[in-house]
Design a protein around this ligand. Structure first.
Ligand SMILES: [Ca+2]
Ligand SMILES: [Ca+2]
Length: 257
């Protein structure tokens, strides 16, 4: 119990450090890490999702149909013009294999299709409405040296994240991936300066850059998360409900007695 509590406090502290250390630059695109959430608590084999996945105003693309995603808000392009639907070593594409980003614990193996990017083929994600995003979250996993995530606005680089930045705070280790780390990474604008209209996923080394469950929010200026009840508040309400139930039960016993 103590160890568990300590581990969660340590994870929280690391998250806080990550947010603070990147907040000093001119374009302070915020950054946070968590193990992620499930879209449906009964389905744990689709990777981790944003806490916001079921909230209005967010778009989540899960790659599950195996096709290159496109909708009226987001467009994906591959620099080589093509992508593979078959998983074999070193292929950029959309498919499933053991390197799929895991769920919120390493033993929740992701059996769904995901996006794999290898050296020589970059994936570009653009806002199709000529608007900007102020939030992007994704399940990244089996993190490898060379994983690079770049955010742009009007062709100018806003911020770049590298393997080193992501891997040092990730905590979800997958044994089927030889202990490589996974997790849900979120990037959010602090103001108009760091809104972004383009994201590039590239890989600058031998391994792959695997990700799943990309969540976007189109919006200008500072990112404001959708209001969801804090887990502690929900637990508090449950506890209060429990007290009332017990009181009523006691009352009933007394009356009967
Ligand atoms: Ca998927
Ligand atoms: Ca990898």
């Amino acid at each position: 119990m103590f160890i568990k509590k300590f581990a969660s406090i340590a994870a929280l502290s690391l998250g806080a450090i990550a947010s603070i250390s990147y907040a000093g630059s001119a374009h302070a695109l915020g950054f946070s890490y968590s193990a992620g959430a499930y879209r449906d608590s009964a389905v744990t084999n689709q990777g981790a999702f944003s806490e916001q996945v079921n909230n209005k105003g967010y778009t989540t693309l899960d790659f599950n149909d195996g096709k290159v995603p496109s909708n009226d808000e987001v467009k994906y392009t591959f620099s080589q013009g093509t992508s593979s639907t078959t998983a074999y070593s070193g292929q950029t594409g959309i498919y499933n294999d053991v390197w799929a980003p895991s769920g919120i614990v390493g033993t929740d193996v992701n059996k769904s299709n995901y996006l794999a990017v290898f050296s020589g083929n970059t994936v570009t994600i653009e806002n199709t409405k000529d608007k900007v995003f102020n939030y992007f979250g994704f399940d990244a996993g089996a993190l490898s040296v060379g994983n690079t995530l770049s955010f742009f606005k009007g062709g100018n680089l806003v911020k770049e994240w590298t393997y080193d930045m992501m891997n040092k705070i990730a905590t979800v280790s997958s044994s089927q991936q030889g202990g490589q780390l996974n997790g849900f990474f979120e990037f959010f604008s602090e103001g108009a300066d760091d809104n972004f209209d383009k994201i590039m996923l590239s890989q600058n080394d031998g391994g792959g850059f695997e990700s799943d469950n990309h969540t976007f929010r189109t919006g200008t200026g500072k990112y404001e998360a959708a209001k969801v009840p804090e887990p502690s508040v929900a637990l508090g309400l449950l506890a209060v409900g429990g007290v009332f139930l017990r009181k009523r039960k006691n009352q009933k016993t007394l009356n009967l007695g």
